[in-house]
Design a protein around this ligand. Sequence first.
Ligand code: FES
Length: 351
Amino acid sequence: MSSPRRAFSAAFPSDCWYALARSGDVDQEPLGLRALGLPVVLFRAADGSAVALEDRCAHRAYPLSAGVVVDGGLRCGLCGFVYDADGQCVSVPTQPRVPFGAKVASYPVQERDGLVWVWLGEPGRARLARVPELPWLDDEAWAGVGGSSVVAAGYLLLHENFADVTQVPFVAPEIAPSVIAVAPPLDVVVTETTVTLRREFAPAPLPAWQADLLGAGDAAFETLQEGYFLSPAAWVDRWDVTGADGTTARLRFTHLVTPLDEGLSQLHWQVDRDFAVGDDGADDLMLEMFGDYYDRVLVAMETAQEVLDVDGPGPEVNVAADVAALKVREIVLAMLATESPAVITTRRARL
Ligand code: FES
């Protein structure tokens, strides 16, 4: 007999919807991956719905992702146990009776905006949390480029980086608004579970790449920049520029974060635009430019993680621009404390 295994590291908020795959990547081929230190297998049931199960057979230590999808579920590739969408073993080839307790964990799944969101936490709490709405990811009116990386840095380090928009002109001066040298004040709005930051730039010429794509020349545009910590799984930036004629060109920067293990994260990033849609040259330009930007950011995050690993958290001096990052940290630590009362605020180093 056995029972489904659910073992989490206290360093990960597990009561959260995580985007573990794109919808198009989940089909009749089992897709094995890791999230929150757990093995997970994704596949599509006969009715087309996405299914997430523990990726380890109840019989022996063998990944179900090495099996095949059959009528009625997922068949283990070693000795043929078949599991249905609830993780219940429904067939054992060598005997008519399924042993009591032959079951693996199944996880709630939602598909939205072309993503497969999985809830690895307490199943009863899944309905209490909303999947982030990211409609531009699956809308033909938008064009996007993106990439995926495994980063040797904790998920909280990544979110704190996204929350600090003052880093952008130093990491990538070519893509930031040209008026960044006199950045306006940042407004930060906090709820129990989210952080929003916002600032508006006075009219100024666009960065060269964007002026070229919009055919704007030296014309002045107002820039609105907003950032949203939606959950430990998602950070979104909104970057809108509006010309003198009132026309707005919009950019959305989507960051989907999944803790893989302590100090190790998966990042899917995507930059979507509602201008120059269908322009392959624009796609190539933006993929090269933002791919290089995210490469630089992630190297910086891995470097910061190395410092934390070697020397520990240490004291930090904060400035006004750190308000959003500090609020994100507070929210994540509160989530961890709710899920595991033993967690205390000193556990930052490998978050
Ligand atoms: S290891 Fe899966 S059925 Fe034996």
